[in-house]
Write a protein that binds this ligand. Structure first.
Ligand SMILES: C[S@@+](CC[C@H](N)C(=O)[O-])C[C@H]1O[C@@H](n2cnc3c(N)ncnc32)[C@H](O)[C@@H]1O
Length: 215
């Protein structure tokens, strides 16, 4: 993310945050407990929604411009038991099975290697641990919106920090061996039509899924 991108990020998301994202974040993150890692924490939009008790939080953000904003928002929050680390989700600097929850909000669209990231998340999650996801995704195959997503994607990636409009994140979760525990599909209000389709919910790092996935 460029300096300008980080500077205008919160403003560019403000309409959707107010219309729906804040409500979605509140419900999803109110459920986490224990050791929690958030990947691509950005400017810290999730910070205020984590429970204040019973959570040891690691916020990971590879981009230095976003990380500066993250640090500022964390300081303002007055929260304790939170650390900020650098690094990409393709290579998480943590031992195997170290987190109860991993959180990914509007990040799977931007990573270089989605499947690699999901495998890495499974590695650091405890067996039975959960991935909390809130992602904008590809519209239905064959739909007019999907055709527009496919057309605009190459340019969009260039101007929006490698954000892909047409990622099939749910299918990637299943292919990696996650068990989808809950999922809601809803339109991100006040967003451009090509980024409106979203999924949100929880995916379990099921032991059975891991065994099948490694065959
Ligand atoms: C659209 S922003 C979302 C920020 C925040 N999660 C939110 O909900 O507002 C995407 C974030 O993912 C980060 N990101 C991009 N590629 C990444 C990667 N490979 N690993 C981890 N984070 C990445 C970006 O730096 C950016 O902060």
């Amino acid at each position: 993310m460029s300096f300008i991108g980080a500077l205008i990020y919160d403003k560019s998301m403000a309409g959707s945050e107010e219309a729906c994202l804040r409500d979605w974040r509140k419900v999803l993150l109110g459920q986490v407990t224990g050791a929690v890692l958030e990947i691509g924490a950005g400017t810290g939009a999730n910070i205020e929604f984590y429970p204040t008790a019973g959570v040891n939080l690691v916020l990971s953000e590879p981009d230095k411009n976003m990380r500066k904003k993250l640090q500022e928002r964390l300081s303002q929050s007055g929260r304790t038991r939170v650390s900020i680390v650098t690094g990409s989700a393709e290579s998480i600097d943590a031992p195997d099975e170290s987190f109860d929850y991993v959180v990914s909000a509007l990040v799977c669209c931007s990573v270089v290697n989605l499947e690699g990231v999901l495998v890495e998340i499974k590695r650091v999650l405890k067996p039975g641990g959960r991935l909390v996801f809130l992602e904008h995704v590809a519209a239905s195959e064959g739909s007019k919106r999907r055709r527009w997503q496919n057309r605009i994607n190459p340019l969009w990636r260039l101007v929006a920090g490698n954000c892909h409009l047409n990622r099939e994140t749910e299918a990637a979760l299943v292919a990696t061996g996650f068990t989808i525990e809950s999922i809601q599909r809803e339109s991100m209000r006040k967003a451009m039509p090509i980024v409106r389709p979203t999924i949100r919910g929880m995916a379990i790092n099921s032991v059975l899924g891991s065994a099948l996935g490694s065959e």
